[in-house]
Design a protein around this ligand. Structure first.
Ligand code: ADP
Length: 282
């Protein structure tokens, strides 16, 4: 079926969506806060709406493919899509994560406790474990793409780069480096453009590092070529200040050079939960 018909079967009429202020800017337009009237009887629900600037056809295609992927996902730690709305331009309507990007939250809340950091990691890992089970690779997991609903509830967002993994080859082969978040990418992504859940595991390790580093930028100001050389020579991001050795040990497992040596999200979640329970008792 045509992707457009597929997605628009989940459509909303323009009069069901009321746009309010700006939440952030996306690649093809703004993300705005809004209210969505799901039925004529019920109260409207608060939403986030990805809008398109000047009906850019490339942007339209991106939004539709993002929507068709999101539509297949249903998990508490993944931002849910509510529908697509074709008004003057195409809009992707999602549930609202009131507190916004985790990266900004980390930058503001410098006194965050270890159990709280672990709590968020467990939740992100749980969402990623779900994606892994659905053969979806996210390809852009980073603290900027995790949103907070409350201080203690994280959701993975931004499925603009996400893809279903091809069953026969078990990885997604990308066409080439576009606007790639290189600092979050595993070596096989950079060398061979191959993406699977184990490359998301690498990005998860970098996300853990961001969580333990108050949302700092990984690899300082190193250039992409320097980072590749740095990794190839066996170096890794340093242990964040005051980071528990066992938490750093998990990051290092995520950054094993061969993806076969990295743990699955399933196992990562068990290790993180154990640490979380321990720090909660302290
Ligand atoms: P793009 O992939 O085009 O960069 P994003 O999906 O990352 O767009 O969204 C851009 C910004 O919009 C985010 O950084 C965030 O601030 C805001 N945003 C996006 N989705 C939501 C949401 N569901 N709830 C709250 N804010 C959101």
């Amino acid at each position: 079926i045509d992707i457009r018909d597929d997605v628009l079967s989940n459509d909303l009429r323009p009069d069901q969506v009321r746009l309010e202020g700006k939440l952030g800017s996306g690649q093809f337009g703004e993300v705005r806060r809004g209210m969505c009237y799901l039925t004529s009887r019920s109260n409207p629900v608060p939403v986030a709406v990805k809008t398109l600037k000047n009906n850019d056809p490339a942007g339209e295609k991106e939004i539709l493919s993002e929507a068709s992927l999101m539509k297949q996902l249903n998990h508490q730690h993944i931002v849910r899509m509510i529908g697509v709305c074709k008004g003057e331009s195409l809009m992707l309507v999602m549930e609202l994560a009131e507190l916004g990007p985790l990266k900004k939250y980390l930058e503001k809340n410098l006194d965050i406790r270890v159990w709280h950091q672990l709590e968020l990691m467990v939740q992100i890992c749980d969402g990623m474990r779900y994606l892994e089970s659905k053969d979806v690779v996210h390809r852009d997991l980073a603290a900027r793409n995790v949103l907070l609903v409350t201080d203690h509830f994280a959701k993975i967002s931004d499925f603009g780069m996400s893809r279903m993994v091809d069953n026969s080859s078990a990885y997604y082969l990308a066409h080439g480096p576009g606007r790639w978040p290189l600092m979050w990418y595993a070596p096989e992504c950079l060398y061979f453009h191959k993406f699977d859940s184990k490359s998301d595991v690498w990005s998860f390790g970098v996300t853990m590092w961001e969580i333990m580093s108050n949302g700092s930028r990984p690899y300082d100001r190193k250039k992409p070529q320097q980072i590749l050389h740095f990794i190839e020579s066996g170096n890794r991001l340093n242990k964040p200040r005051n980071c528990d050795d066992r938490i750093y040990e998990i990051m290092l497992q995520c950054w094993e050079f061969s993806k076969e040596d990295r743990p699955h999200f399933q196992l990562l979640k068990i290790s993180l939960e154990e640490l979380y329970r321990e720090f909660l008792r302290l």
